[in-house]
Design a protein around this ligand. Structure first.
Ligand code: SF4
Length: 255
């Protein structure tokens, strides 16, 4: 399945919509015990602080524009830890190729694919569960593999690429988020899409080629469409399904 075959409508036949989608409780609480980084704080400096405070820091990534920029900044800060990617079985081939290009570019990091080898007919879920119950599909195919890995490895902090501008859900995201059992470090919290694009271009980063076709946030092919002018960068995710997050960063089972 290629991105071209999927355009312009979503694979599940759902109606594309530009209607505002509901804002969900994201549980974004700043960690008051962390240094008070100002909005203009250097993200490399924040990552260096995080590495000193949390030597077991680990980084989940879907290799979107934010994630690719964060990888490069993390490399500058000296990060040599794991980069965790969850194979749901429904990724675009372009996303898997981007992962492989990044793994070549940053050999000092260990790229780990969880749920590797997943396919739509592997029995983990009914093949089209994404259409009838996308929350359940994400819970099994995306959240559970990462949660299981984190339970086994128990890192004290996660490095994450979310930014405030992506959606209204993320408008208050802090640099250092009190995640309960583990901190979440969000060095790109204040970065705009324009700044991310400029950085990626200046550093010749291997951005997912789908980005340039309007897929500003790329998830699984049944649940992603290109973004229309004026929409936020994640409007193409689960469009028309009343869902804005996969469950990794919001909801009861968030990381
Ligand atoms: S994004 Fe869609 S296909 Fe991927 S795990 Fe979630 S519901 Fe399933």
């Amino acid at each position: 399945m290629t991105a071209t075959e999927l355009r312009p409508a979503g694979k599940g036949g759902e109606a594309l919509t530009t209607e505002p989608r509901p804002v969900r409780e994201a549980g974004l609480h700043p960690d008051r015990t962390a240094p008070a980084f100002g909005p203009d704080a250097d993200p490399v400096g924040i990552i260096r602080w995080a590495l000193a405070a949390h030597p077991d820091l680990t980084m989940p990534s879907a290799f979107n524009l934010n994630g690719v920029v964060l990888l490069d900044l993390a490399a500058q800060a000296g990060y040599t830890g794991d980069v965790l990617f969850v194979d749901t079985g429904y990724h675009f081939p372009e996303t898997l190729a981007t992962r492989d290009r990044l793994a070549e570019r940053y050999p000092q990091m260990r790229f780990v694919t969880l749920n590797a080898g997943a396919t739509p007919d592997d029995g983990q879920t009914p093949e089209t569960l994404y259409a009838s119950d996308p929350d359940a599909c994400c819970a099994v195919r995306k959240v559970a593999p990462l949660q299981n890995h984190l339970k086994a490895t128990a890192p004290s902090a996660l490095l994450n690429a979310r930014s405030r501008e992506q959606t209204t859900d993320r408008a208050d995201i802090p640099f250092v988020e009190d995640g309960g059992s583990r901190r979440k470090i969000n060095p790109l919290a204040y970065w705009t899409r324009e700044r991310l694009e400029a950085y990626a271009e200046a550093h010749d980063l291997p951005v997912n080629p789908l980005y340039h076709d309007g897929f500003l946030s790329v998830g699984c092919w049944p649940c992603t469409r290109a973004v229309k002018p004026g929409e936020d960068s994640r409007a193409g995710r689960w469009a028309g399904k009343g869902k804005t997050e996969c469950g990794l960063w919001a909801g009861d089972n968030r990381l």
